[in-house]
Write a protein of this length. Structure first.
Length: 237
């Protein structure tokens, strides 16, 4: 194709074997293909054919997946304070996980409805089902460890990470994979598949803290006053 900038040639030496061709879907073979009565031609390219086309899906590929569920199991630990906790409620009734769904009143159910997660991220499910997308799920643990362990709760937030407002290649989420095989004559073929999907990036962060009165006991000017009220001196006779 003469429209490929670095694919034009006038002789074989213009086509360096193995050199990749921008927008050419392959590499040069070293041959220059000249048209009849023409001094200019194009480099022969070794590539799979036909070349890939990128049509936009005409209907949502994942439209039936809105009621699918996701199970997110998260364990956190603050080793300095020997404290650990999970986002799954510690109960003996195993049937709980079979019937619960995460929601404003049920933060300790790790089962998330797919359509709800997309909505909480500010997107419409039918839109993301068309070309896929990337959803960020952030789990934040900010724990005051002076309080009971039951007061340390996970807080969830959801966001759309791919560029949903752009029609560029960065919007949506898809990937390609191929299956290769040979016919009886030894000619190699492939089937190239482009798959659309929803990817979830789960990010966990947190902070755990104990109150420490070391400064009050040893460093401030009124440290003796504080120590007298914290400790009771007992004398034996």
């Amino acid at each position: 194709n003469e429209g490929i900038p670095d694919g034009t040639c006038s002789k074989d030496s213009d086509c360096h074997p193995g050199e990749a061709v921008a927008a050419g879907n392959g590499v040069k073979t070293g041959r220059c293909l000249l048209k009849e009565n023409s001094a200019r031609g194009t480099c022969e390219i070794f590539a799979w054919c036909p070349v890939e086309t990128s049509p936009r899906p005409v209907e949502p590929v994942l439209k039936e997946a809105e009621d699918f569920t996701i199970f997110i199991k998260n364990h956190i630990r603050f080793p300095k304070f020997n404290f650990s906790k999970s986002n799954v409620m510690d109960i003996k009734d195993r049937s709980f996980l079979k019937s619960c769904h995460f929601g404003p009143k049920n933060h300790y159910c790790p089962i998330f409805r797919l359509g709800s997660v997309i909505r909480w991220a500010g997107s419409d499910f039918q839109d993301i089902a068309l070309e896929g997308g990337v959803i960020g799920i952030n789990i934040e643990w900010n724990c005051d460890l002076d309080k009971a362990a039951s007061e340390c709760h996970p807080h969830y937030s959801f966001s759309r990470l791919d560029n949903k407002l752009s029609n560029s290649a960065s919007s949506g989420y898809n990937f390609r994979f191929a299956r290769y095989y040979r016919d009886a004559a030894g000619v190699e073929f492939r089937t190239l598949m482009k798959a659309y999907g929803i990817r979830f990036d789960v990010m966990v962060n947190g902070k755990g803290a104990f109150f420490c009165d070391l400064v009050l006991i040893y460093l401030i000017k009124k440290r003796e006053f504080y120590r007298d009220r914290k400790y009771e001196e007992v004398r034996s006779t």
